[in-house]
Design a protein around this ligand. Structure first.
Ligand code: NAD
Length: 251
C-alpha cells in the first residue's frame, strides 16, 4: 500500500547522503509522494532529489534561518507542485559543548538552525495548508530535549530541541481547527554524519550501553516514523512527540 500517493512533501536539510532527511525523502518517494529536498547548497539538494525513486522530485537551496529564503522556496515548490501536503522540518546542527563553553555565536548558530528555522519554514508553509484545510508538519526534535543531552549535543542543543517540542505542541493547538496537524519526532542515537568522526570509541560504547535494544538507530527507523506522522495513518495524532530511540529513554 502506498501511503502518500498523490501527495507532495518538502523536507529541509535533506541532502545529507546518510541523513534522516534523505532517508525520509526516499521512503516518502517510495510511497508515491513528490518530494522537494531543501538544503544549504543547491547542487547537493538537486543531486539528492535525482537519487529518489519515481519522477517529479525537486531540489533547491534554502537556508532555513532566513525567513525570505523560506518564503521563496515555498513559492517555487507551490508553483511546481501546485500544493504542499507535508512539511518535515529536519534541518539541524549540533555542537558538543559544555554549559560554560557556550559562546554567543554557538548559541545563535544552534538555536537559529534548529528552532528559528522550524518556526520560519512553518510560517512560510502554513498559509497554503490553512487554505487547503489540510496538512501535516513533522518537526525533528531529539531525545536530547527530553533527557538533557547525554549523547553528543551540548545544553544549547537540548534547549533548541526542547523549544521545538513546545513550538510543535503550540502549533498543533493553533492549527487543529484548520485541519493541519503538527507532531515531533525524538530520535535517539542514529548513526549519521551529524556525529560521524566526532564520537570517540569510548563515547560510542557509553551511548550503546544505554540503549536497551543494543544498537544505534538507522536513518530508516526515523523515516518510518515520519511516514506515519505524514500520512493518514496518523489522522487523529497531533501535538505528540514520538520516541524513536531503541528504549534509551522510556518514560
Ligand atoms: P546531518 O548532519 O546528516 O543532516 C543535517 C542537514 O541539515 C545537512 O544536510 C545540512 O546541510 C543541513 N543544514 C544545516 N544547516 C542548515 C540550514 N541553515 N538550512 C538548511 N539546511 C541546513 O544530520 P542528521 O543526523 O540527518 O540530522 C537530521 C535532524 O535530526 C537534525 O535536526 C538533528 O538535530 C536531528 N537528530 C539527529 C539525531 C542523530 O542521532 N543523528 C538524533 C536526534 C535528532
Amino acid at each position: 500500500m502506498k501511503l502518500l500517493d498523490g501527495k507532495t512533501a518538502m523536507i529541509t536539510g535533506a541532502a545529507s547522503p546518510r541523513g534522516l532527511g534523505k532517508a525520509t525523502a526516499q521512503l516518502f518517494a517510495q510511497h508515491g509522494a513528490r518530494v522537494a529536498i531543501l538544503d544549504l547548497q543547491a547542487h547537493d539538494a538537486i543531486d539528492a532529489a535525482k537519487d529518489l525513486p519515481g519522477d517529479g522530485h525537486m531540489g533547491l537551496a534554502c537556508d532555513v534561518t532566513d525567513l525570505q529564503q523560506c518564503r521563496d522556496a515555498v513559492q517555487v515548490i507551490e508553483e511546481l507542485f501546485g500544493r504542499i501536503d507535508v512539511l518535515v522540518n529536519n534541518a539541524g546542527i549540533t555542537q558538543p559543548l559544555k554549559l560554560m563553553d557556550i559562546a554567543p555565536d554557538n548559541y545563535d548558530a544552534v538555536l537559529d538552525v534548529n528552532l528559528r528555522g522550524t518556526l520560519y519554514m512553518s510560517q512560510a508553509v502554513i498559509p497554503l495548508m490553512r487554505a487547503a484545510k489540510a496538512g501535516a508538519i513533522v518537526n525533528m526534535s531529539s531525545v536530547s530535549a527530553q533527557r538533557g543531552g547525554g549523547i553528543f549535543g551540548g545544553p544549547h542543543y537540548s534547549a533548541a530541541k526542547a523549544g521545538i517540542l513546545g513550538l510543535t505542541k503550540a502549533m498543533a493547538r493553533e492549527l487543529a481547527p484548520d485541519g493541519v496537524r503538527a507532531n515531533a519526532i525524538c530520535p535517539g542515537f542514529i548513526a549519521t554524519d551529524i556525529t560521524a568522526g566526532k564520537l570517540t570509541d569510548e563515547m560510542r560504547a557509553q551511548v550503546l550501553a544505554g540503549i536497551p535494544m543494543g544498537r544505534a538507530g538507522e536513518a530508516s527507523d526515523v523515516a518510518g516514523c515520519a511516514l506515519f506522522l505524514a500520512s493518514e495513518l496518523s489522522a487523529y495524532v497531533t501535538g505528540s512527540e514520538v520516541d524513536v530511540n531503541g528504549g534509551s529513554l522510556i518514560h
